[in-house]
Design a protein around this ligand. Structure first.
Ligand SMILES: [Fe+2]
Length: 291
């Protein structure tokens, strides 16, 4: 009787598949969650002299691993010499970490300030002590507040909006009517339906920066994120988008939630280079949308 060639045997292919799955799982567990990446995007909107933003999010501080990773993310952000640094929520994974978190974020260096908004995990851990610790460390928490960036540009931060709407119109009313542009920090891209409503009402927001999705943590080519969080988990899972007149950047974040795994979704520090739009200016060439 003729024996079948080994490459045609079903069992061999089962072994190959099992081996590939094991390698993918080991990579997702032990390599990718610590493999930080700097993502650079040029965005054609900004003050006359431009603005470099280092965008971090979802540190989920709690374990020794998370602190070491976040510390590297802070050092990476500093090396990019941003004008401002922002952290869009989920700073901590549990309570009792506020002083350590504040100490870590006080190490962020940006010539025009460091701005933070809270996510759901920060509220669960106790927003009051965390806000106090961050204030003592010189980190500005924008909790339905605005701050002047100069040149007619403002930064707006809203309280955690994951799973609910916030009173965005009330915060926007604090902005000068003479403003040239506004950057909105919100934890979740769920804010985008409110942003669209504000734009229709003539209160244009130039750029929105969010986290929350973690990019899905586990992604597959073509399929995208395997796990989604929030109303726009798939539509705005990560990357740069143009939504009507507003640019949106959703970062994959630094840390992880539930399981310390990432696949095709590396932790990131985003460097967003805002360039003014004008005749002959660099902003005339729009970057491709991604995500
Ligand atoms: Fe998160």
């Amino acid at each position: 009787m003729r024996r079948r060639a080994p490459w045609r045997s079903r069992r061999m292919w089962d072994f190959v598949l099992a081996g590939l799955l094991l390698l993918a799982a080991l990579y997702a567990l032990f390599i990718e969650p610590r493999w930080l990446e700097v993502t650079r995007r040029a965005i054609p909107t900004g003050p006359p002299r431009g603005l470099r933003i280092a965008h971090l999010s979802d540190l989920h501080l709690g374990s020794k691993f998370s602190y070491a990773l976040a510390q590297r993310a802070v050092e990476l952000a500093n090396s990019l010499q941003p004008d401002i640094a922002v952290v869009t929520g989920d700073l901590v994974a549990k309570g009792q970490n506020e002083d350590k978190c504040a100490k870590l974020l006080s190490g962020l260096r940006a010539s025009r300030g460091v701005y933070v908004v809270f996510g759901a995990h920060d509220l669960w851990a106790g927003a009051g002590p965390l806000r106090d610790a961050l204030s003592r460390a010189g980190v500005r928490v924008l909790d339905n507040e605005v701050a002047d960036l100069g040149s007619g540009w403002w930064i707006v931060g809203v309280e955690d909006n994951s799973g609910r709407d916030v009173d965005l119109s009330a915060v926007m009313r604090e902005l000068s009517r003479q403003r040239q542009g506004a950057i909105l920090l919100a934890h979740s891209p769920d804010i985008m339906h409110q942003v669209s409503a504000m734009n229709h009402a003539g209160q244009r927001i130039s750029l929105v920066l969010c986290g929350h999705t973690h990019g899905g943590q586990l992604r597959l080519p073509v399929i995208g994120p395997l796990v989604g969080m929030g109303r726009y988990a798939r539509r705005y899972s990560c990357g740069l988008y143009k939504v009507g007149a507003t640019w949106l950047y959703v970062t994959r974040g630094v840390g992880t939630y539930l399981v310390r795994m990432r696949f095709l979704c590396r932790p990131e520090v985003a460097l967003l280079d805002l360039r003014p739009v004008g005749p002959g200016g660099p902003g005339q060439r729009a970057p491709a949308s991604s995500g």
